[in-house]
Structure formats: structure tokens, C-alpha cells
Design a protein around this ligand. Structure first.
Ligand SMILES: [Zn+2]
Ligand SMILES: [Zn+2]
Ligand SMILES: [Zn+2]
Length: 340
């Protein structure tokens, strides 16, 4: 596999003739008692059981840890090696566990685990961006059945993050304010897209949601970096709580979602370019994006890059707010769209 850059959109694509998918072993290797696993890279307790949240290298990684990116040209084109990291973060010893039903102290341990791994990989100058994501449900591309999240460290900044970084930097240069802080304040005042609010965090359906019931969890204070923010706090049960409640509400509408952490890029990777991210700490603001996936697609996009969202974020927020968010297994309703 290699990374190729689209010279028009400047987005990087992982490409190559991958190995055929192997039909997995019948028993889950991430369940307790499996002898198919190496020593974890890192572990934390779950339900007071030591070492129950565990981090392993991905068995079929998108990025590999050895060597250098070796950026090179092929005529007008750019390409590089898939150097980076790809880790599996096992969230619980229980195969049937769900984040939406987990104890908030356990979710707080998991969040700390995400922060520790990102912080560790940010010491490597080869990696420009490190993030954590979770694909839940087969239609969301969940490969491993055992509850887990994944971490990737890549030698480039993913395109959507780059858009966010550039926009927030431009906004800051113009207004000397963080665009995310402004969004957060306005949403709180308007209230129509707010789903949940706690002391330090807000959950909202964004103004221009790309999919029905898109949700963001955003701190109500300014901070650019998830990992340094969390690692300087004594506990993170408040964030764990709002995240769990969001997932509990959402899972009553759909079983499948993508969840992705948007945090600051690795600044030491660009320290050779003076002033490259000069205002980053002031202009960027970490957040978590959750994109639910509907079972049925009502309409195909005629232009792929234009999003068609048949439920307004105001209706989505109102419905989500009305749904219970307790830790019990809640009845599932179908994610239907409002007709226009
Ligand atoms: Zn398992
Ligand atoms: Zn901010
Ligand atoms: Zn974002």
C-alpha cells in the first residue's frame, strides 16, 4: 500500500492491491483467555479489573511504524510510504459491552487511554496527525466484533481536519476569536440544536449537519488539544457522562455510527516551518463528532461532495433530547426521515 496525493483537491488516498480479507477465527481473540494476542502496548482498569482496557497494534494495519514517509514525486504527482501507527483499543473485557451502557468511570478511563496514546505518539516527529475513531455496526465498517476503538497516526493531516484548521485560523486572524467558541456560545443562546448540556460540555446537532442526527460534543471552555486537556484533569467523568448519554439516545435510532475525535495536529512535526501553526492554541478547539448511519438511504447524492440531510438539525436535536439516556438497554426505533 502507498499514499498518493490528489493534485487538485490535495487529499491523500491510501491505495494499493490489499490482501484479500481473511475469514476470521471462530472465537474472538480480544476476549479474555485468548492466547492469540501479544503483550498490550498499554492497559488500564475496567470495572476495577486491572488491565481490562487494552491497546494492541492492529493486525491488518493501515499504517506501519517502521521507516520514514519518503515523500517522492512521480512526474507531477506526490506519493509517500504508509508510515504511521494503527492501534486497536479494546474498550472492555466483555464481548457484548456497549459504551452507551458502560459505567462513566470506565468511559473516563477509556478517554484517558485515548489521550495517553495520542500524547505518546505525538512525540514522534514523523506523524503529523493522530486521532481516535470508532466504527460501530457492520454498515459503519466495524471489522472487529469485540467492542473497541481505533487509533491512527498518519504522516499527513486528513483533509477535513486541514479544512477545519485553515478555516479556524482565518477566522481567528479576522476576528481574534475562536470559531468553535463562537459556535458554542451561539448554540447555547439559541438552544434549538442543543441536545445535552453539562457543566463543561455541550452536545449539539451542528447547524449544517451532513447526515441526520449528526452530533458534536464540544467543551464549553477553550482548548485546542484533547490529550493535553484530559491529561491535566484529575477526572473526566463529566465528559464520559455526556458522551454516554449521546450514544444511548442515538442507539435508539440507529445501531451504526462513526465517532471521531478532532484534536490539534502534531506541532513538533512542523517545527521546521516557523509560524506554521502560530495561533493554533488560540484558534483550534477540540471536539468529538458522531455521524450516525441510517439503514436505508432515501436518496443518492447526485454530487458526492454535496451532503443531503433529510432531517433538519433542529428536529433531530428536539427528538434526541426527548429520548431517554439511561444505562439500560433501551428499545430501538427506526431512523426514519421526515418527508419534505
Ligand atoms: Zn470478544
Ligand atoms: Zn475555542
Ligand atoms: Zn471537526
Amino acid at each position: 500500500m502507498e499514499l498518493r496525493k490528489d493534485p487538485i483537491t490535495r487529499s491523500w488516498v491510501l491505495t494499493g492491491d490489499g490482501e484479500p480479507l481473511q475469514t476470521g477465527a471462530s472465537s474472538c481473540i480480544y476476549c479474555e483467555g485468548s492466547d492469540h494476542l501479544p503483550q498490550p502496548i498499554y492497559s488500564l482498569p475496567y470495572q476495577h479489573r486491572p488491565g481490562a482496557i487494552r491497546v494492541y497494534p492492529h493486525r491488518r494495519p493501515l499504517y506501519t511504524i517502521d521507516g520514514r514517509a519518503e515523500r517522492r514525486a512521480e512526474g507531477i504527482y506526490d506519493k509517500m510510504r504508509t508510515v504511521g501507527a494503527h492501534e486497536v483499543i479494546v474498550e472492555s473485557p466483555d464481548h457484548e459491552a456497549r459504551l452507551s451502557m458502560a459505567d462513566e468511570r470506565d468511559i473516563a478511563h477509556l478517554l484517558r487511554c485515548w489521550a495517553l496514546r495520542i500524547d505518546d505518539l505525538k512525540r514522534d516527529m514523523r506523524f503529523k496527525y493522530i486521532t481516535v475513531f470508532k466504527n460501530q455496526g457492520a454498515i459503519a465498517g466495524q471489522e472487529i466484533k469485540h467492542p473497541h476503538s481505533e487509533l491512527t497516526a498518519s504522516p499527513f493531516i486528513p483533509r477535513r481536519i486541514l479544512y477545519e484548521l485553515r478555516s479556524s485560523q482565518e477566522y481567528f486572524v479576522r476576528k481574534e476569536r475562536c470559531v468553535f467558541c463562537d459556535i458554542e456560545r451561539q448554540e447555547e443562546q439559541q438552544g434549538s440544536r442543543v441536545v445535552d448540556i453539562s457543566g463543561n460540555f455541550l452536545a449539539l446537532c451542528p447547524f449544517a449537519s451532513r447526515v441526520p442526527y449528526e452530533l458534536w460534543v464540544i467543551p464549553r471552555y477553550h482548548h485546542s488539544s484533547f490529550e493535553s486537556d484530559l491529561l491535566h484533569r484529575a477526572e473526566n467523568t463529566e465528559l464520559a457522562g455526556i458522551l454516554r448519554r449521546c450514544l444511548a439516545r442515538l442507539e435508539q435510532l440507529t445501531d451504526a455510527y462513526h465517532m471521531v475525535l478532532h484534536t490539534s495536529p502534531n506541532t513538533i512535526a512542523r517545527k521546521e516551518v516557523p509560524g506554521y501553526w502560530a495561533t493554533l492554541d488560540d484558534d483550534y478547539h477540540w471536539h468529538i463528532e458522531i455521524l450516525p448511519i441510517a439503514q436505508t438511504q432515501t436518496k443518492s447524492y447526485s454530487i458526492k461532495e454535496v451532503y443531503y440531510c433529510p432531517t433538519s438539525p433542529e428536529s433531530a436535536a428536539a427528538r434526541l433530547k426527548d429520548l431517554p439516556s439511561s444505562r439500560e438497554l433501551l428499545p430501538q426505533r427506526t431512523l426514519e426521515f421526515q418527508s419534505r
